[in-house]
Ligand binder design. Structure first.
Ligand SMILES: Nc1ncnc2c1ncn2[C@@H]1O[C@H](COP(=O)(O)OP(=O)(O)OP(=O)(O)O)[C@@H](O)[C@H]1O
Length: 686
């Protein structure tokens, strides 16, 4: 066997690194040559410009552009090779095909070919053959290729940790435990940005990443199950698999906020892909409403829930988050189509255009959105009058038609229709808009939906894959809007247990009703937190199906104090302890922004950052924020202050507590003054 011993592996690594260095040198030479040729070409054109006709100039331009592109590609390739020099591969499988051919498959983030020998030395983790590494242990194995399934046997499987070009360790997977490297990865302290997981992707995760057939893929996964990581790796996979037809700019990520977008922004570049466009739901809404209406943000909605707990507000939210709301809106739109044209005879000069004719024309265009039909009906009326009188229409005649036809439909503005909908269902009190015309967040996408139906929609045809994270925070009406705007494939992921708004949460089942063609995957294995932290969070929201990774740590602590002042003092101490620890990040997670701001001010400690809805970047070190904003993020250590019975008592507060505790990777401390919240009290939980 080739490269059998660790010594041989080290020698192989040295050879690969040498080959990489040579390949980099070759690129450098080629780039130097390109730039010389480019300079000469430009010089030539400059000198011969006067003698060149237009066709010559175009040809010269094209050839310069081509050379520049080739140069750029070479520079990008060089960047990848330099990165590979640090860590060329992380896995190996030796595969014996049915005709007894043994091949050594080294797997890395990028592929590397020995151009002289025309031999693939390292395979990209996304190559079909690389799935052997993720899907099988020793023994019988197979992988799918565009030409069919290849079967054989895995005779050897190894994992490597190569850092800065040096092999730290290698692990032989001769028995069915390949968790060692995963354990080591999970035990690490956090980075300031999400990291890639290519070396330790698990089998069930791999299936999601490599799924090519799903039109809509819905991933419901427990806290820390790797949903966001998998979704990003899936994007990298699709970019590789469909590289001829999809590029990074054709993908859109709908993300909950800027901090989250910043937090995940490193994963794809680490995997060699370019920047992926990203957008928040509110941004999308503003674009669609063309800034015609002001509206409350989702963050405002959650803050109102936490601070006011108004039953009427909750009732409105509940209704507007239901599937029933969507179907009532659809029924209403049919009602509009059938009943809202009130045509009377129209007299233009001496011609009478009968109401029957008018109604008939409105109906004839039933495929055209109602508010787009006027222009068509106006044109028909003009033609009718012209034919009847055999003369061209005068200005006043035209004006009369233009004025009369739109009035034949009951309302002309989207908001009037929307308001009327609530009268029609007999619940006018369900629509609240403030005098400055600021819509409640729950109305925003409903108004957009009515607009799409009555005015027609612009589709985002340039988007070829849509990724929606934190799916539980979006309602059926939002999904309906997304499905009409984005006709492409979609990956939708989230966790219904981590909703910040229990009155408007969407489960995978709800989403399936909007996308009946969806493939739903459920992930129960949780990777982020220690067994102890996961068990602790289960006291708040139990899920018997959750499977924590066997990784142990300190028991989470609950500490009671006699006053808030003392509590703040304890948090201060905790920060000091953290600053001396090997950990990188500490999250102090509060219920509301007001509590977070007050804590920030009371602590006045240096190196402590306050994260608000307006923040744009994830900071390293100590962060004070709210559970809502911390969703999707993780910290080595988490402190949840003010966990008293007063502060955490409603359903929405329980959700916040759960989200806060599940952000911790290694250490968790909950503090309170007065009585401890019932959600954590052992007495009340037993
Ligand atoms: N296969 C894996 N190998 C190594 N680390 C993993 C793996 N899967 C997940 N993780 C780690 O688990 C943590 C949680 O991952 P991620 O944030 O993607 O999960 P999530 O399901 O989106 O979490 P949440 O919904 O709680 O925000 C991250 O630190 C991630 O790197």
């Amino acid at each position: 066997m080739i490269n059998a011993t660790e010594q041989q592996e080290r020698e192989f690594l040295a050879q690969i690194r040498e080959k990489l260095t040579l390949a980099i040198r070759r690129i450098d030479d080629a780039v130097k040559q390109f730039s010389n040729e480019l300079r000469e070409k430009k010089q030539y054109i400059h000198e011969h410009q006067s003698g060149m006709d237009e066709a010559d100039m175009v040809a010269a331009d094209q050839s310069i552009n081509r050379m520049a592109l080739t140069g750029e590609a070479a520079v990008a390739r060089k960047r990848k090779l330099i990165k590979m020099g640090q860590s060329p591969y992380f896995g190996r499988v030796d595969f014996i095909t049915q005709d007894d051919q043994r091949s050594m498959i080294y797997i890395g983030i990028f592929s590397f070919t020995d151009e002289r020998q025309r031999m693939n030395l390292i395979y990209d983790w996304r190559a079909p053959i690389s799935s052997l590494f993720y899907d099988f242990e020793l023994g019988e194995a197979s992988y799918a290729t565009p030409r069919g399934k290849i079967q054989g046997n895995i005779a050897l499987k190894r994992q490597y940790k190569i850092k800065n070009g040096h092999m730290e360790f290698m692990i032989e997977n001769d028995v069915n435990i390949h968790d060692d490297i995963l354990q080591k990865e999970l035990a690490r302290s956090s980075d300031d940005k999400m990291k890639n997981i290519v070396a330790t992707i698990q089998r069930d995760q791999n299936a999601v990443i490599r799924n090519e057939s799903a039109q809509v893929m819905v991933i419901q996964g427990v806290a820390g199950s790797g949903k966001t990581s998998i979704a990003l790796h899936r994007i990298a996979f699709l970019l590789y698999r469909f590289r001829e037809t999809i590029s990074a700019k054709d993908i859109l990520i709908i993300s909950p906020n800027q901090v989250f977008a910043d937090y995940i922004s490193n994963v794809l570049p680490e995997l060699g892909e370019e920047y992926i466009p990203e957008m928040g739901m509110e941004e999308l809404a503003s674009e669609l409403l063309q800034k015609k209406y002001q509206f409350q943000t989702f963050f405002d909605q959650v803050s109102s829930l936490l601070e006011e707990n108004d039953p009427a507000f909750i009732e409105r939210l509940r209704f507007k988050s239901s599937i029933d709301f969507l179907s009532k809106l659809n029924q209403y739109l049919i009602h509009v189509e059938n009943n809202y044209f009130t045509c009377t005879d129209l007299v233009v000069g001496k011609t009478v255009v009968s109401s029957r004719f008018l109604l008939g024309r409105f109906k004839a265009y039933h495929r055209v959105p109602i508010l787009k039909r006027f222009a068509l009906v106006v044109k028909e009326v003009q033609d009718y009058v012209k034919a009847a009188t055999s003369h061209k229409l005068t200005g006043p005649e035209k004006a009369k038609i233009w004025e009369a036809v739109p009035r034949m439909i009951k309302f002309n503005t989207i908001l009037d229709f929307y308001r009327d909908f609530y009268d029609w269902i007999g619940k006018p009190e369900f629509f609240k808009i403030d005098p400055r015309q600021t819509l409640e967040y729950a109305d925003v996408f409903a108004v957009i939906y009515v607009q799409l139906r009555l005015e027609g929609s612009t589709t985002f045809t340039h988007v070829k894959h849509l990724l929606v994270d934190e799916m539980q925070d979006y309602t059926p009406i939002q999904y309906e809007v997304l499905s009409r705007l984005f006709l492409c494939r979609k990956t939708i992921l989230g966790d219904v247990s981590q909703t910040v708004n229990p009155y408007s949460a969407s489960s995978a089942e709800t989403i399936e009703r909007v996308f009946p063609q969806a493939d739903v995957v459920r992930l129960y294995r949780s990777y982020r937190s220690t067994v102890e932290i996961t068990a602790f969070a289960q006291r708040i929201l139990p899920n018997p199906k959750i499977i924590p990774m066997e990784r142990h740590g300190q028991q989470p602590l609950i500490a009671g104090f006699s006053s808030r002042k003392e509590e703040i003092e304890a948090v201060k101490q905790q920060i000091k302890t953290f600053q001396k620890s090997p950990y990188q990040s500490l999250g102090i997670i509060c219920k509301t922004l007001r509590q977070a701001t007050d804590t920030f001010e009371a602590l006045k400690a240096s190196g402590v950052h306050l994260l608000t809805a307006d923040s744009v970047a994830f900071e390293e070190g100590v962060i004070i924020t709210t559970a809502h904003l911390a969703k999707g993020l993780e910290f080595d250590e988490v402190v949840v202050p003010f966990a008293s019975a007063d502060n955490y008592k409603t359903e929405v507060e329980k959700q916040m507590l759960y989200i806060a505790c599940t952000r911790a990777m290694h250490r968790l401390k909950v503090t309170y003054s007065g009585d401890l919240t019932d959600f954590l009290s052992v007495k009340k939980n037993t």
